[in-house]
Ligand binder design. Structure first.
Ligand SMILES: CC(C)(COP(=O)(O)OP(=O)(O)OC[C@H]1O[C@@H](n2cnc3c(N)ncnc32)[C@H](O)[C@@H]1OP(=O)(O)O)[C@@H](O)C(=O)NCCC(=O)NCCS
Length: 206
């Protein structure tokens, strides 16, 4: 990524992916400041030079060690499922490893099965924290803003080894049981569940 126009294009991609709410958008001046502070921003471009997606993060300290917090991964809706997201994460991984950073963290919405699949199964990151209502009411959403924080070990083997958890908990179950790994049941398509619910709320509030 080079220059101010690329940073402005990142804002355009964010709008295409998350909409126009300024509370959710990272403006070019913050991207610029982050890069000067040791952050990382990588873009995927089409043949015509248009920015199709990007990955963006900042230096972090976690458990007293230097790490990376990956804040945004976004691919334009019309160019998804062609491995751009994966290529961006692999680029991020290589760049961090060559800078001597071996762990990256980010958060994702635990209700989104596609993101869970990409993060946990494809990339091999693991959930290390559940943050309740991470963004308060600052972002749109149908079910609050709980997030899972994942840790991605950058020098681990390419192919993640997934271990089936001994137990899977659902919405009606009580507190999480102890044990090394617990499965969390989520809807296979939360978007499909959320849409009718949203329209009901809108219709009944007027
Ligand atoms: C998440 C996102 C960046 C993925 O980008 P992408 O370019 O479509 O992803 P890729 O094509 O590289 O997918 C890599 C693999 O991840 C998995 N994957 C990605 N998106 C998925 C989805 N929605 N459902 C299921 N699996 C998915 C697939 O296994 C895919 O490989 P496959 O198609 O060969 O099976 C994109 O969907 C996006 O911008 N989403 C909105 C922003 C967002 O949620 N960002 C946070 C991500 S934690």
């Amino acid at each position: 990524m080079e220059g101010w126009s690329d940073l402005a294009a990142c804002l355009e991609v964010q709008r295409a992916v998350w909409g126009d709410d300024p509370r959710e958008l990272v403006p070019p001046i913050v991207l610029e400041a982050t890069l000067r502070a040791g952050g990382l921003l990588g873009g995927a471009f089409g043949e015509d030079g248009r920015l199709l997606g990007f990955v963006y993060g900042m230096p972090a300290v976690r458990d007293g060690r230097l790490a990376h917090w990956s804040h945004l991964l976004a691919v334009r809706p019309e160019t998804r499922r062609s491995h751009l997201g994966l290529a961006l994460k692999q680029w991020q991984r290589e760049r961090l490893l060559s800078a001597g950073v071996d762990r990256a963290y980010w958060s994702y919405d635990p209700l989104l099965a596609g993101n869970a699949h990409l993060n946990l199964t494809v990339l091999g990151a693991r959930v290390v924290e559940h943050v309740e209502d991470m963004y308060g009411d600052e972002i749109r959403g149908t079910a609050g803003s709980d997030r899972f924080v994942v840790e991605w070990s950058l020098d681990a083997a390419d192919t993640p080894t997934t271990t089936a958890p001994a137990c899977v908990v659902g919405p009606e179950d009580g507190p999480l049981p102890g044990g090394p790994a617990v499965g969390v049941a989520i809807p296979s398509d939360f978007g499909a569940l959320a849409s009718p619910f949203l329209s009901f709320v809108i219709e009944s509030s007027g």
